[in-house]
Design a protein around this ligand. Structure first.
Ligand code: F6R
Length: 254
């Protein structure tokens, strides 16, 4: 695991976009595993800007997103499909049919999870998986638990996650109670992983995930077992790491 320090959110976004661009340039038909949430928005904006300048070509890129709310259609403005279309896909030349998000409206959610695992396998796996992290260490919608779930599965959202996402909905009652998410196994099968963390609310999760025990209680801690993980965190998210280690500058290798 390599940890890169970013000065602030805009530095983090540029560094992340640089690594994603490198992947696109090195492998023009790469499979990108993508995330929603507030953290990657700046990186997506930077990628769009480089695309507009003619530096990036998404025409052969394929993508697979981590998760989707159960019960929301892709047209719902809080669905993750809507988020991806509006924050990235509509602004670059990726073919929509090459972008994948679990279908939140699938009548049989379990069957949709099986289908989604098949989609990832048929694409030959994920070249670069982008991740955000929850304050409790969740990745995708893999919440703290007693087990690591391997494949795509249906989860019951914790009250903490529903409350924290309620700001995007008219009321807490409208926040879905379930979601479909890639499992930890899907994420760990990616050839490279890029985890982004911004803000002090993530400081404990970053420290525990990078330096604590590997436990499903802190889902992101499993990333310590992957051989190619880059964490980019801004100084606010690194507060605890700075306090508890002697790391001053450069790249920290855990
Ligand atoms: C998003 C996702 C979540 C977020 C995490 C952090 O697809 O799977 O795990 O990455 O909740 O969210 P933000 O970036 O909003 O702090």
């Amino acid at each position: 695991m390599k940890i890169y320090a970013a000065k602030d959110y805009s530095d983090l976004s540029r560094k992340a976009a640089n690594l994603i661009s490198a992947q696109i340039i090195m492998k023009p038909d790469a499979v990108l595993g993508l995330a929603t949430g507030s953290t990657p928005v700046g990186a997506y904006k930077q990628l769009i800007a480089w695309y507009e300048e003619g530096d990036l070509d998404f025409s052969r890129i394929r993508s697979v997103n981590l998760d989707e709310y159960k019960g929301l259609s892709g047209e719902h403005d809080q669905s993750y499909r809507y988020f991806m279309n509006h924050n990235l896909f509509n602004h670059v030349n990726i073919r929509k049919e090459d972008t994948n998000v679990p279908n939140g409206l699938a009548e049989d959610a379990e069957a949709e999870c099986v289908r989604y695992n098949g989609v990832i396998a048929a694409m030959g796996g994920i070249d670069l998986q982008l991740l955000g992290i929850g304050g409790n260490g969740h990745i995708g919608f893999n919440e703290p638990s007693s087990v690591f779930e391997k494949g795509t599965h249906v989860v019951t959202l914790t009250e903490e996650t529903r409350q924290s996402n309620a700001r995007f909905f008219a009321s807490i009652d409208e926040v879905p109670t379930h979601a479909l998410t890639m499992g930890v196994g899907n994420i760990m099968s990616a050839r490279k992983i890029l985890l982004l963390a911004s803000g002090e609310a993530k400081a404990k999760a970053v420290y525990d995930s990078c330096f604590g025990s590997v436990t499903p209680n802190v889902p992101a801690s499993v990333l310590q077992l992957h051989s190619d993980v880059v964490v980019i965190a801004d100084e606010a998210a690194l507060t605890l790491v700075r306090e508890k280690t002697d790391w001053k500058d450069g790249i920290y290798e855990v």
